[in-house]
Design a protein around this ligand. Structure first.
Ligand code: NDP
Length: 454
C-alpha cells in the first residue's frame, strides 16, 4: 500500500510520501539503540517532566492534531479532538505512576534479600492501525518511554501525517531526539525490522492476519510480542434491563468511530420478551444519526477510513444476507466510489456467514434474539474473538455473574466498553494476548528480573 494521505470524505489524494529506505531505517534503529543507553539511566522524575510536557502540547494543540486525524481517516472532528485529549491523559497517568509501578518488589525467600526489579528492554517496535491513529500510539508510547524503553513506529500507510505529527510532539516536548522515531515503511518492510537485532520486542494493534504474521516472525527471532487484534464484542440485553438506557448505549457503542473500533459492540444479543421493543428503540436512534463533512461539528459519523474498507464491509453484509440474515434497518454504501456507509441492522446471521464468524468493522449492528440468559451466554462465547463485552440488566449481581461467564478480556455491566489508563486492556482467543495500560501494561516490555542476595 502506498504511504499516502487520502481524504476518505472526498477521495482526494492530499499527499504521497516516499518510504524510508532500508539504509535510513538502519540509521534510525542504530540511533535509537544509542539513545537507549542514556535514556535507561534517566530518573523517573526526569521522564515524568518530559511526559507531562508532552501532555501539555497535546492539550494545547488538540484541534490542530485533531484536524490531521480527521483529514486522514475521516472520523468526526469532535471525536478526533477528544482522542488527542485522551492521549494527554495517558501521558499524565504514566508520568504520575510509572515509578510506583516499576519500583523494586522485595520478596520473602531463603535469601538474605531477594527482589524483583523491572528493567527496560531497549528498542520496541510498534505496528499500529489507522482507527485511533493517536491513541493507539500513545497507549504504547507513554508507558514504554516511562519504563526507560525507546520506540520506533510503523504506522498504517494511510495515516503518515499522524505518524509524523507524533514524532514532532515527542521532540517538541524535549525528549532526546532518538528515543522515538517514525519509520515511514510499508508492511513488507516489517519482517526485516523485526529481524534486526537492535529491535527487542514488538507490539501490534490491527487485524488478526497482520498480528499472526508479525507474531510468526517475532517468534522465529525469540522476541516478545503484545497483540491487540480484532473483536466481535457481544452486548447482552436481559429482560430486566432499562431499555431506554440500553438502546442509547448500544447505538453509541456500535457507532463509536463510525463503527471502526475493536471494542465497539458488534453483536447485540437480546432475550425474546423485549427484543421488539429494544429493536424499535435501536432503529430509531440509529436513524437519527447525522452524517456529512467530518470536519464540521454537526456530524455524528463520517466516511470509513478507506474506500476499500467500505467495499469489504459491503461484501460481508451481502454474503451474510445471502446466507440468511434478515435486514432490519436498510443502509449500506452510498455509491460505488464512496467510503460513506449508512448504518444498518441485520438479524440472526447463520453460522458460516461473515456476520456470524468475522468482525464487521463499520456501522452494521448484528442482532441475535435468544430464549434466555443461558442462550445469550452461549451465543456470546460462540466466536473466535474474545476482546470485551457488555451486559445490561437491572440486577448488578446478575450482571457480575454473567460477566464472569463470558470469554473475553473485559466485561462491562450496564456500560459501554471503553479503555481507561487504570484498567488493563487486551483480549483472549484470536483477539490477541498481553495487556496494555494499568500497571500490567507498563510491565509487559520490561525484564522482570529476580535478584537474589545470598
Ligand atoms: P491491518 O491489520 O492490515 O493494519 C494494521 C497495521 O498492521 C498497519 O500498520 C499495517 O500496515 C500493518 N500490517 C498489515 N499487514 C502486515 C504484515 N503482514 N506485516 C507487518 N505489518 C502489517 O488492518 P487494515 O487496515 O487492512 O484493516 C483491515 C481490518 O483489520 C479491519 O477491517 C478490521 O477488521 C481490522 N482492524 C482492527 C483494528 C483494531 O483496532 N483491532 C484496527 C485496524 C484494523 P499497512 O497499513 O502499511 O498495511
Amino acid at each position: 500500500m502506498a504511504i499516502q494521505t487520502i481524504n476518505p470524505a472526498t477521495n482526494e489524494i492530499i499527499k504521497t510520501f516516499e518510504a524510508h529506505t532500508a539504509e535510513q531505517v538502519e540509521e534510525k534503529l542504530k540511533a535509537a539503540d544509542e539513545a537507549f543507553r542514556q535514556w535507561k539511566k534517566t530518573s523517573f522524575g526526569e521522564r515524568a517532566r518530559l511526559m507531562n510536557r508532552c501532555a501539555e502540547i497535546l492539550e494545547q494543540d488538540a484541534e490542530k492534531y485533531g484536524r490531521i486525524i480527521t483529514l486522514e481517516m475521516g472520523k468526526p472532528i469532535k471525536d478526533s479532538i477528544a482522542e488527542v485529549q485522551k492521549c494527554a491523559k495517558v501521558c499524565r497517568y504514566y508520568a504520575e505512576h510509572a515509578a510506583e509501578f516499576l519500583k523494586d518488589e522485595e520478596v520473602e525467600s531463603g535469601a538474605s534479600r531477594s527482589l524483583i526489579a523491572y528493567e527496560p528492554l531497549g528498542v520496541v517496535l510498534a505496528v499500529m492501525p489507522w482507527n485511533f491513529p493517536f491513541w493507539q500510539v500513545f497507549r504504547f508510547l507513554a508507558p514504554a518511554l516511562m519504563a526507560g524503553n525507546v520506540g520506533v513506529l510503523k504506522h498504517a500507510s494511510n495515516v503518515p501525517q499522524c505518524a509524523l505529527a507524533i514524532e514532532e510532539i515527542i521532540h517538541k516536548a524535549g525528549f532526546p531526539k532518538d528515543v522515538f522515531h517514525t519509520l515511514l515503511v510499508e508492511s513488507k518492510a516489517v519482517d526485516a525490522i523485526i529481524e534486526n537485532p537492535i529491535v527487542k520486542a514488538v507490539t501490534l494493534t490491527g487485524s488478526e492476519g497482520a498480528g499472526s504474521k508479525v507474531a510468526e516472525k517475532a517468534g522465529s527471532e525469540i522476541k516478545k510480542t503484545v497483540l491487540e487484534l480484532g473483536g466481535s464484542d457481544p452486548f447482552i440485553i436481559l429482560e430486566d434491563a432499562d431499555l431506554e438506557e440500553a438502546s442509547t448505549v448500544a447505538v453509541k457503542s456500535r457507532m463509536v468511530n463510525t463503527g471502526q473500533s475493536c471494542i465497539a459492540a458488534k453483536r447485540f444479543i437480546v432475550v425474546e420478551g423485549i427484543a421488539n421493543a429494544f429493536l424499535e428503540k435501536m432503529k430509531e436512534k440509529m436513524q437519527a444519526l447525522k452524517t456529512g463533512n467530518p470536519l464540521t461539528d454537526n456530524c455524528d459519523y463520517g466516511p470509513l477510513a478507506r474506500k476499500d474498507l467500505a467495499e469489504e464491509l459491503e461484501e460481508q453484509v451481502q454474503q451474510s444476507v445471502k446466507k440468511g440474515a434478515k435486514v432490519v434497518l436498510e443502509g449500506g454504501r452510498e455509491g460505488k466510489d464512496s467510503a460513506y456507509f449508512k448504518p444498518m441492522i441485520i438479524q440472526d446471521p447463520k453460522p458460516g456467514s461473515p456476520a456470524y464468524e468475522d468482525e464487521l468493522f463499520g456501522p452494521v449492528a448484528i442482532v441475535f434474539v435468544v430464549k434466555d440468559e443461558t442462550e445469550a451466554i452461549r451465543i456470546a462465547n460462540d466466536h473466535r474473538y474474545g476482546l470485551a463485552g457488555t451486559v445490561f440488566t437491572g440486577n448488578k449481581e446478575r450482571g457480575l455473574r454473567i460477566a464472569r461467564q463470558v470469554e473475553t478480556g473485559a466485561m462491562f455491566v450496564n456500560a459501554m466498553v471503553a479503555s481507561s489508563p487504570e484498567m488493563p486492556f487486551g483480549g483472549i482467543k484470536k483477539s490477541g494476548y498481553g495487556r496494555e495500560l494499568s500497571y500490567i501494561g507498563i510491565r509487559e516490555f520490561t525484564n522482570q528480573k529476580s535478584i537474589w542476595v545470598g
